[in-house]
Design a protein around this ligand. Structure first.
Ligand SMILES: C[S@@+](CC[C@H](N)C(=O)[O-])C[C@H]1O[C@@H](n2cnc3c(N)ncnc32)[C@H](O)[C@@H]1O
Length: 418
């Protein structure tokens, strides 16, 4: 076993900046990466820099926390075979659609299907779908926007074959349109609402034209085919040992221990596309995900008990104790949250160690967190876990400040399999 890395190696380089180019904001104009604006995505630039730093011929790249498939698409676009794992079925579908190759015939057929769907939307007697059961849906979309979306969604189904690439491409465009029409604001790390008056003013007059533009945007990206294939696994990053392949390079941004719920931000898409049908489903899905605390996931954490004996570095016990006894009614709940997060990540790393090729490299882009004034150095947790498993050359390099709070930092935690 390697000794844990010295504490000084974790000290951030100075001066650190927030660097918008190292966040999802950078991806807006990067072809397929900009199809949907999702704040949990990380920056194409970070992934490209890490890929460039890995010398040699094409390799097999793994992203065990796929999200919107940033790693897989970057890797495949550079000719590397890519495999990616994701627990959320909506993101699995989005990743498959983003990383697929589309023929000129498919692009043309999608244009035709778009015209056909918009003709159906206008047709008298066309039956719209019922509004999806999103809590307070009128807060998200005003009545004309909801009426348009309720016609467009079934019209896309009627104009395309089930599981066809044409349907998938039109549904990504539908996701773009629905978020443009929504009252959602992206001025925070996660989604919030604009005020209602502003939303009324902003609604475009030509709703079919908006969708047509979104389809054109998606098709422009669809024409830029990645050079290599991506394999997308709908699975759990805590059971990676089941995968038969061996990987030379892992580039990923795992869930952070910061109570950010991916389901929260993905709700509008997931309800409209039928991946969610109730708030309970949303909580169930979040409970399956590492770091989820949405709905039922929070109440389950209250009774959560460790499963077996995961490795926990010695410094974790006093940190958990401090958070559990903070001057706040939720202290124990959050201590459970962090302990479960650590256990989940241990299962993840232990499975990862079984599928690394000799000499393979890992890069984890992850931020630290604070709970009631106590710092949780997530990067240090990763460093200690990788060392315990026998990875070598372990390092945690500070890459950016996460916001104006000086202690909140994003790291690249790297290591090499022996
Ligand atoms: C920070 S996001 C990854 C974002 C991604 N790098 C991108 O650019 O879009 C973490 C992802 O891990 C997924 N996830 C959480 N728990 C998981 C698990 N147990 N197995 C696989 N994926 C999981 C979440 O659904 C989320 O999409």
């Amino acid at each position: 076993m390697n000794p844990p890395i010295a504490a000084t190696a974790l000290a951030p380089s100075t001066p650190l900046r927030q660097r918008a180019d190292y966040t999802y904001k950078h991806n807006h104009k990067s072809g397929r990466h900009g199809w949907l604006r999702l704040t949990p995505a990380y920056s194409v630039k970070v992934v490209d820099e890490l890929l460039s730093a890995f010398p040699g011929d094409p390799v097999h790249v793994l992203d065990p926390f796929c999200g919107t498939a940033t790693t897989a698409l970057c890797a495949a676009s550079r000719g590397h075979a890519a495999t990616t794992v994701e627990i959320n079925p909506f993101l699995v579908w989005l990743a498959a659609t983003k990383t697929a190759r589309y023929s000129a015939t498919t692009i043309q057929a999608t244009r035709h299907a778009c015209a056909e769907a918009l003709a159906l939307v206008k047709k008298r007697g066309f039956t719209p779908m019922a509004e999806p059961p999103i809590h307070n849906i009128e807060r998200w979309w005003n009545a004309p926007a909801r009426a348009f979306l309720c016609r467009l969604r079934p019209a896309i189904e009627q104009a395309t074959a089930e599981h066809s690439p044409e349907r998938s491409l039109l549904l990504v465009a539908f996701c773009r349109t629905l978020i443009t029409l929504s009252n959602a604001a992206f001025n925070h790390q996660s989604m919030s609402f604009r005020d209602d008056d502003q939303a009324e003013l902003d609604l475009p007059a030509d709703l079919p034209g908006l969708f047509r533009d979104d389809v054109s945007h998606i098709l422009t990206g669809a024409m830029q085919a990645p050079d290599a294939e991506t394999r997308i696994i709908h699975g759990d990053a805590r059971t990676l040992g089941q995968i038969q392949d061996r990987f030379d390079l892992v580039i990923t941004s795992p869930p952070y221990a910061n109570r950010m719920s991916y389901i929260r931000e993905l709700r509008p898409y997931m309800y409209w596309l039928g991946y969610l049908t109730s708030g309970r489903d949303a909580g169930e899905l979040d409970w399956q995900a590492i770091g989820g605390t949405w709905g039922i996931a929070t109440s389950r954490l209250t009774d959560w008990q460790p499963d077996g004996k995961p490795f926990l570095p010695k410094w974790m016990a006093p940190t958990l104790d401090k958070i559990a006894h903070a001057d706040n009614a939720n202290g124990q709940l959050l201590a459970n949250y962090i302990a479960k997060y650590a256990e989940d990540m241990w299962h993840h790393f232990a499975g990862l160690a079984q599928i690394m090729a000799p000499g393979g490299k890992v890069n984890y882009i992850v931020g630290n967190s604070t709970f009631y004034g106590t710092l949780l150095p997530t990067e240090r947790l990763y460093v200690d876990m990788l060392a315990e498993l026998g990875f070598t050359d372990i390092d945690a390099r500070a890459i950016r400040k996460r916001n104006s709070k000086k202690e909140l930092i994003e790291f690249d935690v790297s290591g090499r399999w022996k």
